[in-house]
Design a binder for this molecule. Structure first.
Ligand code: AMP
Length: 600
């Protein structure tokens, strides 16, 4: 039996898991860590870094580093890293390629298939892009699974014997999802999902950074918002402070040498309390109540009917999140499953079901039984129509074909008529959303049916069938009833999707850059020669240069031991920059900065 892995491709971190025996287990990465930062970087020699080492160079070389690519999935945005351009799929492909490598090393054999999770509220284009990313990494993507559904699977595994309604509250680094499920006899039935594709921990970090920028400007009259390196340092400090005040009442933020002014180097130093943080993000966190209400409404349940609220995602550790949930549901939310790991573990359970690994969580004997899950389409899907009322025609109206929260897979057909005399073609414009006007909904794709026999308005009828599969991917079929002419459109022609040829090129590129990432030190094989002057590299290295220049000036004023130590640090840092050793640059930069700070 081949192993299929389950992957949580997160905004901030990614994880890979598999079924060992009858339990899901996280596979640690090369560094022995369970979470792999979703960060990709190119160092000065053009070598690819994914995960921890990439995250480490985020501050020293932000232009050579990309984080939070998940936020760009499904868009046609190009991502520039040093002098190369990538699609969001390729960057995610690198992250998945690393997870594949880590899994293969740990399990000792090739892994070809994966279940990859996405936020339930991801659109069709975002799902397709995720599937493409998996394929670029060399996986056959067995299934695209909704994150809260995966988390419910992990939770359900240990509660198979209970009959209950659960609400999964999943607040991660960049997305928020909520799902309401009914559990009975090992069946997990998703009743409704809702969410916000663009809300998560990095929005909270940004609020803290804005606060720090304002404070610095007030204290020193310097606007740091265009200083990439200072911003990257503040973001790092903001995230760390945010984590600390999830357990402490207050913490301090200290960033030595954040800027230089006439009088010399300036540092940022402030106390930061939980109370301040809560004021900064109150509206964002409370905005999660709206999707909760929507999901409860669609599931036809009142808050009192929810037996358990299950917390998922790193940001669900924030005490304010837990407080608003207690207010809403009148009970403490549950954090039985590690919120960082629940999704990957659930994805592994789904992978196990796919691979036919038998029943999970079974205790043997009469108790033995499997786990089964159903899911829903979280948004309404339909087409643009012209509505007629009397003599008035109104275009831009949305006609729903699949209602939101229909159990999937689902197939529905609606019949439409031509609206003008002599009409020979019809444009099928597909949208998702809840508004009656298409302009308020999300456009998905369009195509034209032609060759319709011309007649009077309303003389021809056309069936439009939407099929939404278990991966959340839509197929549209049309049939002109009088001629029987049919057409099929899988939503994959949108600008963001790649052609088969482009896909092959991208796949080769991901594999090539991945295998070239560790050239032997004596024989650099990196495709880019080590000139280290990629566009954009300048600004961050400029930051290091500024520190070096300031340190050199300071050294001239010193004598004895401090001078020798400072000069040594300067030399080491220069060497690390020349070699392009990101990890060393970060470490030495920090050491030098701290030493300068100590010297005063
Ligand atoms: P995920 O996408 O589930 O890995 O969640 C990552 C997000 O959770 C990031 O924005 C983290 O900063 C955030 N996070 C992790 N731990 C904590 C914590 N203790 N307190 C607040 N936020 C956290």
């Amino acid at each position: 039996m081949s192993t299929i892995v389950g992957i949580d491709l997160g905004t901030t971190n990614s994880l890979v898991a598999y079924i060992k025996g009858d339990r899901p287990e996280i596979i640690p990465n090369e560094q022995g860590k369970r979470l792999t930062p979703s960060v990709v970087a190119l160092d000065k020699t053009g070598k690819l870094h994914v995960g921890e080492t990439a995250k480490n160079q985020l501050i020293a070389m932000p232009e050579r580093t990309i984080a939070e690519v998940k936020r760009l999935m499904g868009t046609s945005r190009k991502i520039r890293i040093a002098d190369r351009e990538y699609t969001p799929q390729e960057v995610s492909g690198f992250i998945l390629r690393k997870l594949k490598d880590d899994a293969e090393r740990t399990l000792g054999h090739k892994i070809e298939e994966a279940v990859i999770t996405v936020p339930a509220y991801f659109t069709d284009a975002q799902r397709q892009a995720t599937k493409d990313a998996g394929e670029l990494a060399g996986f056959k993507v067995e299934r695209i699974l909704n994150e809260p559904t995966a988390a419910a699977l992990a939770y359900g595994l240990d509660h198979l014997d209970k009959e209950q309604y659960i609400l999964v509250y999943d607040l991660g680094g960049g997305t928020f999802d909520v799902s309401v499920l009914e559990m009975f006899e090992g069946v997990l039935d998703v009743k409704a999902s809702a969410g916000n594709n663009a809300l998560g921990g990095s929005d909270f970090d940004r609020r803290i950074v804005d606060f720090l920028v304002k404070q610095f400007e007030r204290d020193h009259g310097i606007d740091l918002s265009r200083d990439i390196r200072a911003m990257a340092r503040m973001k790092g400090a903001a995230e760390q402070a945010k984590h600390e005040i999830s357990t402490l009442d207050t913490t301090s933020i200290l960033l030595p040498f954040l800027a230089t002014a006439g009088a010399g180097p300036l540092s940022l130093e402030c106390e930061f309390s939980r109370e301040q943080f809560e004021l900064l993000v109150d509206d964002l966190i409370r905005s999660t109540l709206e999707p909760i209400e929507k999901a409860l409404h669609d599931a036809k349940l009142a808050p009192e009917q929810i037996h358990e609220v299950v917390l998922v995602g790193g940001s669900s550790r924030i005490p304010l999140v837990q407080r608003i949930l207690v207010e809403k549901f009148g009970k403490e939310p549950k954090r039985g499953v590690n919120p960082d790991e629940a999704i990957a573990l659930g994805a592994a359970v789904q992978a196990g079901i796919k691979a036919g690994a038998g029943s999970f969580g079974s205790k043997g004997g009469e108790d033995a039984r499997g786990i089964m899950i159903t899911d829903v389409c979280p948004y309404t899907l339909g087409v643009e129509v012209v509505a007629t009322s009397g003599f008035q025609k109104m275009s831009g109206m949305f006609s729903a074909i699949i209602q939101r929260n229909s159990t999937i897979p689902v197939s529905r057909t609606e019949t439409y008529s031509t609206t003008a005399d002599g009409q020979s073609h019809v444009d099928i414009k597909v949208y998702q959303g809840e508004s009656r006007l298409v302009k308020n909904n999300t456009f998905i794709d369009q195509y034209t049916i032609d060759g319709i026999p011309q007649g009077g308005a309303g003389s021809e009828r056309i069936n439009v069938t939407f099929t939404y599969d278990v991966n959340g991917i839509l197929q549209v079929r049309t049939k002109v009833l009088s001629t029987g002419k049919e057409a099929t459109l899988t939503i994959e022609r949108s600008a963001e999707r790649m052609s088969e040829a482009e896909r092959k090129v991208a796949r080769d590129r991901v594999e090539k850059e991945w295998t070239l990432r560790l050239p032997p030190p004596s024989a650099p094989m990196a495709p880019m020669s080590a000139t280290g002057s990629g566009p954009g590299a300048g600004a961050a290295e400029g930051g290091v240069k500024a520190i070096v220049a300031s340190a050199e000036r300071r050294a001239k004023e010193l004598t004895g031991e401090p001078r020798a130590k400072l000069e040594d640090l300067i030399l080491q840092l220069k060497r690390a920059v020349a070699r392009g050793e990101a990890m060393d640059i970060v470490r030495l930069d920090e050491e030098l900065t701290n030493f300068l700070f100590e010297l005063g």
